[in-house]
Design a protein around this ligand. Structure first.
Ligand SMILES: [Mg+2]
Length: 226
């Protein structure tokens, strides 16, 4: 296989188990309002939140509005009258303390860090993602992290990658993007001319196609050694 020098990892659902982090943070946030968040409520929140992140990726909404918008919708669903901006801040603070790893991530990153420069590229709030990376114990294996907050644009937009390459001076042809999202990680790489690897249970069948796909992160080691 082509020799890469830099691996650009997405953070959520690639390195960190965002579903569990989100669920824990929601439970903590709403506990103080006497509301118990169960799997059903979490699912409703996640659908609202994912929909808004997709709109952000497409440039239809701006980042500062996303947080209050999702909690406005979720509070309406729960039939609670609280200030969505206040809840959003509390939720973000709780989320910043959640760093549950996906399976086999630490061992894989440790191994790969011996042969490759590892970076995190994430659509997320700067202080939250920095705090979670620190708590995850992964920082020693990574050369750096670029957040969409810092770049001013989210993946898959071209400006996000312009920012990454300006900052790291990495050579585009030596990079491989690894992530779980076709619409941000893989599409971003395809449009920018960077090789991509999707982590997914199923081989993608749609229009957006990665160069490689693996079922879980540990398969990357074999893939890169081929
Ligand atoms: Mg992701």
């Amino acid at each position: 296989m082509k020799k890469y020098e830099n691996i650009l990892f997405d953070l959520d659902m690639t390195l960190l188990d965002f579903n569990t982090c989100e669920y824990n943070a929601l439970k903590k946030t709403f506990f103080s309002y006497g509301v118990e968040i169960d799997g059903e409520k979490h699912k409703t929140y996640a659908v609202i939140n994912d929909g808004l992140w997709k709109r952000l990726e497409r440039g239809e909404i701006v980042k500062k509005d996303l947080g209050p918008m999702r909690f406005k919708m979720f509070l309406d669903y729960l039939d609670i009258s609280e200030d969505p901006s206040v809840i959003d801040k509390q939720y973000k603070d709780n989320l910043s303390l959640e760093a549950v790893l996906m399976d086999n991530v630490k061992e894989t990153c440790e191994k790969l860090s011996k042969d490759y420069n590892l970076y995190v590229i994430t659509n997320g709030t700067d202080y939250i993602q920095k705090s979670r990376m620190k708590l995850s114990g992964l920082n020693p294996f990574f050369k750096g992290m670029i957040t969409s907050d810092e770049a001013g644009f989210p993946k898959p937009q071209k400006e996000f990658f312009d920012f990454f390459f300006n900052k790291t001076k990495a050579d585009k042809s030596s990079c491989l993007i690894v992530g779980d999202s076709l619409t941000s990680d893989i599409l971003g790489g395809v449009n920018y001319g960077i090789d991509t690897c999707l982590i997914s249970d199923n081989k993608p069948s749609g229009e957006i196609q990665p160069d490689y796909y693996v079922k879980s992160i540990d398969f990357l080691i074999n893939l890169l050694q081929q």
